[in-house]
Design a protein around this ligand. Structure first.
Ligand code: FAD
Length: 371
């Protein structure tokens, strides 16, 4: 037996006669030493995306005793819920008749924390590489490397950016009384609000603001609205004034505030001026999977194709939540709450083919049994 040094590590070469084996061992140890020098542990699972599904998936990883890391691009957890509807009531999760978006995220964070996953914020994962030993290396746009044996993509539809209103005036009023999202409902209390847009977000905001605002007017360039039929019906049957097909044309006001907008009929061009206190614009989002599109994943309609085990076409890479594409996919939080655990069970089987294919009930888990 002889003893050699590799950096700060002692290497014990025990009766290794083949020079090749020694070199292979040296390379493996060197790689390991390199990772440790970068303070990079290898995780069992790395979840990309800290939205509601990433958070619940992190909890379930703990149930399966998997060493877990969550990487989120934004400075806070919560995904679209925290970003676009923190105060909206969510009423379509089984067993929860109604819960405000941010409250749901707080509860998901608490649940995820049960098993202490590592959380990394402010990093956008861009690079993907597979080493010879199967370890995957995720590189963030900030240049940090994350080593992992499996990956669960809970990236929604990628990073989100709002489509801003294309006018010089818009940039002048943004952050004053022109809003691209509704963070605090109270800010609109007693105000005359105009919402431009007709997607599900615009409809949701109209319904949320209608009981507290002085008035709500929705201006939409088409007759049809996006979103749940029940939400559209609720909006149309409420005091919300719905102007279709109209498009937002012009903003007028002082240097500080928009005082009115001009909207025009989409066909005749007939203009109408509407006085307001607050203008909300929801003209959709630029959604981008970014460099992930070049990882070799099969992508359909901007989402990542999954089989019924939530496996992607890349071995060891799984998907859950809005990011997933398969027939009859339910684009609701409730759908992702099933896909996350399914993806985790698949990751567990990938790592340990002998493992049970699902966890025991949480009630019996040793960490939860005394709670
Ligand atoms: C206005 C509105 C109202 C809604 N209302 C409801 C409702 O009432 N009920 C319901 O069930 N659903 C509702 N939804 C849908 C719900 O928001 C989504 O189904 C849910 O957010 C999906 O969660 P997710 O974790 O899969 O994705 P997301 O919430 O989109 O989270 C994905 C996260 O991944 C991060 N990410 C993306 N790419 C990277 C990367 N490369 N590196 C690091 N991080 C990355 C993003 O920053 C984001 O935080 C609504 C959606 C909207 C827009």
């Amino acid at each position: 037996m002889n003893k050699q040094r590799l950096g700060k590590y002692d290497i014990l070469c025990i009766d290794i006669h083949s020079q090749l084996n020694v070199i292979t061992l040296m390379i493996d140890l060197e790689r390991e030493a390199g990772r440790m020098a970068e303070n990079q542990e290898v995780y069992d699972v790395t979840i990309i995306g800290g939205g509601p599904i990433g958070l619940f998936t992190a909890f379930y990883c703990g149930m399966r005793e998997l060493k877990t890391k969550v990487i989120e691009f934004l400075p806070r957890l919560g995904g679209k819920v925290s970003l676009f509807f923190p105060e909206k009531m969510i009423r379509d999760i089984g067993g929860i008749p109604g819960i405000a978006g941010e409250q749901l995220i707080e509860q998901l964070k608490e649940q995820a924390a049960t098993f202490d996953p590592d959380i990394v914020l402010n990093q956008r994962v861009t690079g993907f590489e597979r080493l010879a030993d199967g370890t995957m290396v995720l590189t963030s746009s900030e240049g940090e490397k994350h080593y992992t044996r499996t990956v669960i993509l809970a990236v929604g539809m990628g990073t989100l950016e709002v489509n801003e209103f294309d006018s010089q005036d818009a940039s002048r009023y943004a952050g004053k009384n022109l809003h691209y999202k509704v963070e605090k409902l109270d800010a609109f209390k007693g105000k005359r609000v105009v919402i431009s847009g007709g997607g599900d977000t615009a409809v949701d905001w109209a319904n949320e603001l209608e009981p507290i605002a002085a008035s709500v007017t929705v201006v939409h360039r088409r007759e049809e609205f996006g979103g749940l039929e029940s939400s559209v019906t609720k909006m149309k049957q409420s005091s919300v004034r719905v102007l279709t097909p109209y498009r937002l044309e012009h903003l007028s006001g002082t240097d500080e505030r928009i005082e009115s907008v001009t909207v025009c009929h989409a066909a005749s061009g007939h203009p109408e001026e509407i006085e307001l206190d607050e203008l909300i614009i929801n003209h959709g989002f630029k959604i981008d999977l970014g460099p992930m599109k070049d990882w070799g994943l099969e992508i359909e309609e901007g989402r990542i194709k999954a089989d019924r085990h939530m496996r992607t076409n890349l071995p060891g890479v799984f998907v859950a939540g809005d990011a997933a594409y398969y027939e009859s996919k339910l684009r609701l939080i409730a759908g992702g709450f099933t896909e996350g655990p399914t993806a985790v069970n698949s990751a567990k089987s990938y790592l340990d083919p002998q493992a049970e294919n699902m966890a025991m009930y949480s009630t019996h888990h040793k960490k939860l049994v005394h709670k």
